[in-house]
Write a protein that binds this ligand. Structure first.
Ligand code: ATP
Ligand code: MG
Length: 627
């Protein structure tokens, strides 16, 4: 559940980007009182558009043929049970990242909130770069985030390559109606003749060919009579348009490549700008939400919809495209291509390296679906680019884990503490059972499980919890000072033993009788500090991977910078730690708070190396990014 957000937001931006104003939805959200999840949703321009369409009944008369299809298919169907239709349309050419998570939460979230359906669609019209490994990872990521594509008794999982036949038919229709032609100029001639911002384009000498000629040529293209790149099919719009995308954009090209779905059936493939609107229309999408870089494509999107509706190929009303600002996160790269480079150059251990901003990486780092959903909600949707501070993402994880993660004690830099009077008071070898709640503040209606551990003569403590000569204000162990071993006894420090090099090998203390936590009168001895510890008799040695940011530069790839130059050489430190026995049987993926150290997760991939369980640092207890 998304509850009150109490941490400050530290949104900032470099000079070229607009600063997020202090009245962004995110900030207003931060001030919102605790309430039902619905009430925490902040309105935004997309919600306003959808609400207005619902009010006006823009899409109320649509029909749905039960599956994607052309105008006739939908006309024969039922009134659409979905009030709106959105889609998440990734290209299966890499693993999804945090930016995609925003888009997933947005598209699936809007459909859920307005009685609609969100389609899961693979935009697989580019045969060269795609792979089924990516397809599976994408489906897994969407489901893990908490969304699905089954609705009204059917699955809404589609792939754009299933529409190649229709796309071809649409292209032939455009040719017949005089809206498209085959251009045999060289790519270089086409580029020059397209003009630029200040200069109108020049018509291709092939622009005036008859539809009959064009159709014959296009069919020959399809039948494999020409070399790759020999000619393209172009929409015939306006070579003088101020929008360069409207200067007769290419819509089909020759490319001999085996497609993972259609094999070698085609040697011509539709261009993305042509394919995408058609995919939306066949699926009866109402609100087609994309990132800002597609704004200039919108006139072509609308042009194509109008032509194909005129021709009776597509059902009206057509989908409409709306653009929002993509997520830019400080210290993070959100480009599949660049993330792939990190993987292939072995800068990280794989797509799921816990330092990667991929969904699989975030998951292995200990991020939860609830934290990522809260993050997407909090950053909101805007029309202008901005940078979100990484601390905002971490804050969302902390808020989620604060309530849910079981507590446990772990000693990351251990030194032994010997209770010199233990044998005498308790009996040699005695182990005293102790308990603590796993959840100190359980959510309402939840009873905290109890952690069991023991204390004996020897325990592990953090090396930094003892000072032979205490600095001013130091409250932990130093000779003569008393502290509480959390959940155990009050102890009084008596000194330490050292090796020949002067390194402390043991801290010495005496146990104060009748001070065991939770027993009557245990607080009669006042102390200024309680320290964490793990009993030597049943503490478990584990491997802890301490992760830090992957890049030292807040904008690693901005302005064409080489992001490999700002890789943080210290982004991973492996330490051997000792944890309390309740953590030894952690399930892969289970989150914990190691008291005082932060939130950790039992690694999902190599949760055991050698004989040691592995834990990954998810996030510290406090924001340390500003420091
Ligand atoms: P990349 O450049 O990383 O390959 P992309 O935009 O090409 O990203 P697609 O697979 O085409 O990746 O994206 C699927 C959907 O995710 C698109 O609708 C796209 O707008 C959205 N998306 C991708 N990156 C971001 C981002 N950083 N913020 C928000 N949405 C994003
Ligand atoms: Mg892409």
């Amino acid at each position: 559940m998304i509850a009150v957000f109490h941490t400050g937001l530290h949104q900032w931006c470099p000079t070229k980007m607009n600063r997020m104003s202090t009245t962004t939805p995110a900030n207003r959200h931060a001030a919102a009182p605790a309430a039902a999840p619905e009430a925490t949703k902040v309105s935004n321009f997309l919600r306003q558009i959808i609400e207005s369409d619902l009010e006006k009944g823009t899409y109320a008369s649509r029909r749905w043929g039960g599956s994607p299809g052309d105008a006739a298919h939908h006309a024969a169907g039922q009134p659409d049970p979905a009030k709106i239709r959105t889609r998440f349309p990734p290209e299966p050419n890499g693993y999804l990242h945090i930016g995609h998570a925003k888009s997933i939460c947005l598209n699936f979230g809007l459909a859920r909130d307005y009685g609609g359906v969100c389609h899961m669609r693979f935009d697989d019209t580019n045969p060269e770069k795609e792979d089924t490994e990516y397809v599976n990872s994408i489906l897994d990521a969407v489901q893990w985030l908490g969304f699905g594509w089954d609705a009204n008794g059917t699955s809404h999982l589609f792939q754009a390559s299933d529409y190649f036949d229709f796309m071809y038919r649409a292209a032939e229709y455009l040719i017949e109606a005089g809206h498209a032609y085959v251009d045999e100029q060289t790519p270089e001639q086409m580029r020059v003749n397209r003009g630029d911002f200040g200069k109108p384009g020049i018509d291709s000498p092939y622009r005036t060919r008859t539809p009959t000629d064009n159709l014959a040529r296009f069919r020959q293209m399809r039948d494999g009579l020409y070399e790759d790149g020999a000619m393209v099919l172009r929409a015939k719009i306006d070579m003088a348009s101020p929008n360069i995308n409207m200067r007769d954009p290419a819509i089909y090209r020759i490319r001999r490549a085996t497609h993972h779905n259609t094999g070698d059936k085609w040697c011509i493939y539709p261009m993305y700008t042509f394919a995408h609107p058609i995919e939306d229309a066949l699926e009866q999408i109402t609100h087609s939400i994309c990132t800002l870089e597609f704004e200039d494509q919108r006139p072509f999107y609308d042009w194509l919809m109008e032509r194909l509706c005129e021709g009776g190929l597509l059902a009206a009303p057509s989908p409409k495209q709306y653009e929002f600002a993509r997520l830019n996160l400080s210290y993070v790269i959100t480009s599949k291509r660049k993330l792939a480079q990190l993987v292939y150059d072995h800068k990280v251990s794989g797509w799921d390296d816990p330092r990667m901003p991929t969904i699989v990486g975030l998951r292995r780092r200990g991020y939860t679906p609830a934290a990522l959903q809260a993050f997407a909600e909090r950053i909101g949707v805007t029309k202008s680019d901005s940078w979100i501070d990484y601390a905002t993402l971490e804050g969302c994880l902390r808020e989620d884990l604060e309530l849910k993660a079981h507590r446990g004690m772990a000693v990351l830099n251990p030194v032994k503490l010997v209770l010199t009077n233990w044998d005498e008071l308790m009996g040699a070898g005695h182990l005293e059972p102790c308990t603590q709640p796993a959840l100190p503040h359980p959510p309402e209606g939840v009873e905290s499980p109890t952690r069991h551990f023991t204390i004996g003569k020897e325990v592990w403590i953090e090396r930094e919890d003892f000072e032979e000569v205490p600095p001013k204000g130091y409250k932990r162990l130093f000779p003569g000072n008393k502290v509480r071993l959390k959940g155990g006894y009050v102890i009084e420090c008596t000194g330490c033993n050292k090796d020949a090099n002067g390194v402390i090998t043991e801290v010495l203390a005496t146990m104060v009788p009748d001070t065991k936590s939770g027993t009557p009168g245990s607080d009669s001895v006042k102390v200024k500090a309680a320290i964490s510890w793990v009993g030597a008799a049943n503490g478990v040695t584990v491997e802890v991977r301490m992760y830090d940011r992957l890049f030292l530069d807040a904008h690693p790839d901005a302005g064409g910078k080489d992001f490999l130059e700002s890789l943080n050489p210290n982004s991973l430190k492996v330490v051997s730690a000792i944890v309390e026995p309740s953590l030894a049987n952690a399930l892969p993926g289970q989150n914990f708070q190691f008291e005082r150290h932060g939130y950790f997760v039992a690694d999902r991939v190599d949760h055991v190396t050698g004989s040691k369980p592995v834990f990954n640092l998810a996030v510290g207890l406090r924001d340390s990014w500003g420091k």
